[in-house]
Every structure is written in structure tokens, then in C-alpha cells.
Design a protein around this ligand. Structure first.
Ligand SMILES: *[C@@H]1O[C@H](CO)[C@@H](O)[C@H](O)[C@H]1NC(C)=O
Ligand SMILES: *[C@@H]1O[C@H](CO)[C@@H](O)[C@H](O)[C@H]1NC(C)=O
Length: 346
């Protein structure tokens, strides 16, 4: 994660004041499935426009509309029955076919860095305490824009989308160098809620990022008046193995995006015990050693996330799991304009 001024400030204050609670913990999730399903943008529809890489609750299915109640989860916190998904990634071969790259799962950083709007004290959001709330049951949201192929760095919704290969640093758009081993797509979900709607027609407008005028950035700060309620802040990182591929120009996301600016992700809230989620930061002095107990790990240790079989198997389609495919599933056009691809990120 690229440290922002806010997180550096928070880390500094954590290191000098030992009594404060930790404000980040990590969720690790194994892959669940890859399929053309999107129960937020295209509920009840198969096939959706492009192949998604999905982690989390085994309830994930095209008809999933209520709060999910899956049999199991691919995440290491047993009570997290949420789903998280992004477009998956292909390699364009010299023979014109497409190899599906191995999806390795998702790591998400849960942070308590956002504070609710205060008209009494606009702009005052001390590094601790924040007052983020657990997600309301049934919340759905989308970060990023599948149709985007250019970059506007002053737009917070675009600042929230970054890619990284190996440990070469996060950049906007497709990384200029690939390390040949792995690439990840990073999405910072919005953490300010309008306090009323669990979803909205574009799946975004019921949510917002902390207000830049009130010292907010995508990672934290004070919420705007329009979306006054601070929720937990999720930074999600979806990963793929590169199998030795080093040419960034040979990668294409399942939506046809070669720029990386169209990377996006969805969150479908399914935490089974919102109270445990609400308490997850309380009295935890160091990163990560508390949530395991609070989320029901019998040993108090970090269990390994494990792959699971979906409760309802997705419809069969050859998306490339057993060899190259002749076109992107959905016949999505591969974007050819590369002029801004190498714009540097943070
Ligand atoms: C965030 O931290 C504050 C105190 O620092 C606490 O009151 C609040 O419950 C925390 N939120 C969550 C969701 O843990
Ligand atoms: C870039 O984003 C900012 C903030 O959302 C917006 O005000 C501006 O109009 C955008 N610029 C372009 C060229 O779209």
C-alpha cells in the first residue's frame, strides 16, 4: 500500500502513543470462482458482460439479492460471508489467443481511518479516535469504472484504483514494468455513507470518499455533509500470477481494458456478526493479533484461507480454465489506444 500523508501520520502516532488501538487489520481470501456473474450490476443475469474473479461467501450466485447466507467462506475470518469481485486478467498470446492468468485471491486491509461529518467541527478528524461503523447489513457498492480508459488524477474515484507488479510500487494504470511473477489490482472502496440507501442505481452514489476540503483522501479523513456517516474503509488487492510474462502490453482485463484505468471491484456486505466487526478494532494494540479471536478463530491464530465449492455452481462456459480461448468471453473488444498507459501513479 502506498502510504499517504494520513496513514504516515497515523503510523507515527501509533508508534509514540502505545496505548492507542490498532487501526488496520488484514483479511485474506482464497479464490471462490471465476465466471460471468455480477449480482450487483447485473442481478439475475447470465452471462454478465465480463468474467469476474470472486472471493468470499459460497452463496455468490446470479440471483443473490438479499444478505448472503453461504455455507462457508474462502476468507480467513469465518464470520465474513461478504463477496468481493473484480474483472479477471488474460494474457494476449502472439497466436491471437488468450490465456486466463491464475487468480490467486484477495487481500483486504480493513481500516478505521474515516470519521463522520461534523458541522460543529468541520475538518477536525484526529488520527484517533475515528468513529467508523461496521457496514449495515445488505450494503452493496462498486468502486472504479469498467468503461474508463483514461486517467483524471484529481478525481477521487480514480485515485482509488491502482495496479502493482511484484513490489515495484503502485501506479495508475498498467504498470510500465512487470516482474514476471505477480500483478495485483488495488481498489479502495468509498467509506462515507449517505446513512439511508443500501445501494443506488449506479451502485456508487449512496457512497462517497472522505472530503478533500476537510482533509480527507481516499483512505480516510472526514466525510462530506452529503454522505455524513463514516464506515470502515476497505483497501482490496486482487492478485494474479504472471507465469513469467514481462510485457505489460500483452495483458488485458476481461472487460477488454488494456490500460488498467478500467479496473474496478464490487463489495456485497455479508458479515454475519456486525457487532464483532464493530468491535474489531477495540483494545487491539498491535496489527492483526486481535481479530482472529473476535471473529471466532478457536486457536486465536490466523487460519489459512481455503478454496470452497460454491453453493450453486455457476453456469458452464469455457472461460479459459483448461487452455487458451479464441476471444475474451463476451467477445469484449480489446482496447487499442495506449497513449496514456504509462502515466505514473503515486
Ligand atoms: C473505530 O475506532 C473508534 C475508537 O478509536 C471506536 O469507537 C469505533 O468503534 C471503531 N470502529 C470500529 C468499526 O471498530
Ligand atoms: C477531473 O475530475 C475532477 C474531480 O472530479 C473534475 O472536477 C474535472 O472536471 C475532471 N476533469 C475532466 C477533464 O474530466
Amino acid at each position: 500500500m502506498a502510504p499517504t500523508l494520513l496513514s504516515i501520520t497515523t503510523l507515527l502516532s501509533l508508534s509514540v502513543i502505545h496505548a492507542v488501538a490498532s487501526s488496520v487489520w488484514t483479511l485474506n481470501c482464497a479464490p471462490l470462482l471465476q465466471a460471468r456473474l455480477d449480482p450487483i450490476k447485473q442481478p439475475g443475469v447470465w452471462p454478465s458482460s465480463h468474467v469476474h474473479a470472486v472471493v468470499g461467501s459460497t452463496a455468490f450466485a446470479q440471483h443473490m439479492i438479499g444478505v448472503s447466507s453461504g455455507k462457508a467462506t474462502t476468507c480467513d475470518k469465518a464470520t465474513d460471508h461478504s463477496n468481493y469481485w473484480s474483472p479477471t486478467l488474460y494474457h494476449m498470446r502472439s497466436d491471437g489467443q488468450y490465456d486466463l492468468l491464475p487468480f490467486t485471491g484477495m487481500v483486504a486491509y480493513y481500516q478505521n481511518y474515516t470519521c463522520s461529518h461534523s458541522s460543529m467541527n468541520p475538518g477536525y478528524c484526529p488520527s484517533t479516535p475515528r468513529d467508523a461503523q461496521a457496514f449495515p447489513p445488505g450494503l452493496r457498492m462498486l468502486a472504479g469504472d469498467s468503461d474508463r480508459r483514461t486517467l483524471n488524477k484529481t478525481d477521487q474515484w480514480q485515485q482509488a484504483i491502482l495496479l502493482e507488479s511484484g513490489n515495484n510500487g503502485e501506479v495508475y494504470g498498467m504498470p510500465p514494468r512487470l516482474d514476471g511473477s505477480r500483478i495485483s489490482g488495488h481498489v479502495r472502496f468509498p467509506s462515507c455513507w449517505d446513512g439511508k440507501n443500501l445501494d443506488s442505481p449506479d451502485h456508487k452514489s449512496h457512497m462517497a470518499y472522505p472530503d478533500p476540503v476537510l482533509h480527507g483522501d481516499t483512505q480516510g479523513g472526514m466525510c462530506p455533509l452529503s454522505h455524513p456517516v463514516a464506515l470502515l474503509n476497505i483497501g482490496a488487492e486482487f492478485g494474479w500470477s504472471l507465469n513469467g510474462i514481462t510485457d505489460p502490453g500483452s495483458l488485458v482485463f476481461a472487460n477488454g481494458d488494456t490500460t488498467g484505468y478500467g479496473f474496478h471491484a464490487d463489495f456485497f456486505m455479508g458479515w454475519e456478526n456486525p457487532t464483532a466487526l464493530q468491535d474489531s478494532f477495540a483494545n487491539c494494540m498491535t496489527n492483526d493479533n486481535c481479530p482472529w479471536r473476535k471473529f471466532g478463530s478457536p486457536t486465536g491464530m490466523d487460519p489459512n484461507p481455503i478454496s470452497q465449492t460454491p453453493d450453486v455452481l455457476p453456469p458452464l462456459e469455457n472461460i479459459g480454465l483448461s487452455g487458451p480461448v479464441g476471444k475474451l468471453p463476451g467477445n469484449n473488444a480489446v482496447f487499442k489506444g495506449h497513449s496514456k498507459r504509462y502515466a505514473r501513479g503515486v
